[in-house]
Ligand binder design. Structure first.
Ligand SMILES: [Zn+2]
Length: 204
């Protein structure tokens, strides 16, 4: 376990958020305690909660502030892969100001028709693997589906050059790689940081 100091100077434990079935450790390391079970010589979490293993016991305590992802939630996600019709994403767990955490969910997807209000021919024209996007969850019925067309704040918030992987910078509304000196396009979020706007042109 790792200890760190929070803003008020108290010692807090960096805890791992778990969902049922998450691997905790091998059965030879710890015995399954509260909120855990063993199977095939391995110990797994039986609940949604925070790992609180201590001594010889593997334990997970359920916390009410752990929130499941549902329709309407805003999420950040990494783009894993893109095809013509959809992008597969991994949702990044975040903590909101109220101390809520989104439980890590393996995969989410954004379909080509949910990217933009404008017609998008291929997802590859707007997202690239490695991009970080901000999106809204629209359905959790058949996996997690997200959309980036409901607000200008949704879209790519961090993008990387397709050739050299350097982070692209937004200059005069163009997404540029400063190494390759080429531009790329994305469905950008209005939150994408803009560089070189020294004339105070940015909206306050
Ligand atoms: Zn580049």
């Amino acid at each position: 376990m790792y200890f760190s100091k929070n803003h008020s100077g108290e010692h807090t434990t960096k805890k791992k958020v778990m969902i049922p079935g998450d691997y905790i450790c091998g059965a030879e390391e710890l015995m399954p305690g509260k909120g855990a079970y063993s199977q095939n010589d391995e110990v797994y979490s039986a609940v949604c909660g925070v790992e609180t293993s201590e001594g010889k016991d593997a334990t997970v305590s359920s916390r009410k502030h752990i929130k499941k992802i549902g329709p309407g939630d805003e999420v950040y996600a990494v783009v894993n892969s893109v095809s013509e019709t959809k992008a597969l994403l991994t949702i990044i767990p975040i903590e909101s100001g109220k101390g809520e955490r989104y439980v890590y969910s393996d995969f989410a997807a954004v379909k080509v028709q949910d990217i933009s209000d404008h017609y998008v021919k291929s997802v590859k024209d707007e997202f690239r693997p490695g991009d970080i996007i901000k999106a809204k969850v629209i359905s959790t019925r058949n996996g997690v589906d997200v959309s980036t067309k409901l607000s200008p704040k949704y879209g790519v918030v961090k993008a990387f050059c397709s050739y050299c992987r350097k982070q692209l910078v937004l200059k005069s509304r163009r997404l540029m790689c400063t190494v390759c000196e080429r531009s790329e396009r994305r469905k950008l979020s209005e939150d994408y940081p803009s560089e070189g706007e020294s004339n105070g042109n940015q909206n306050a």
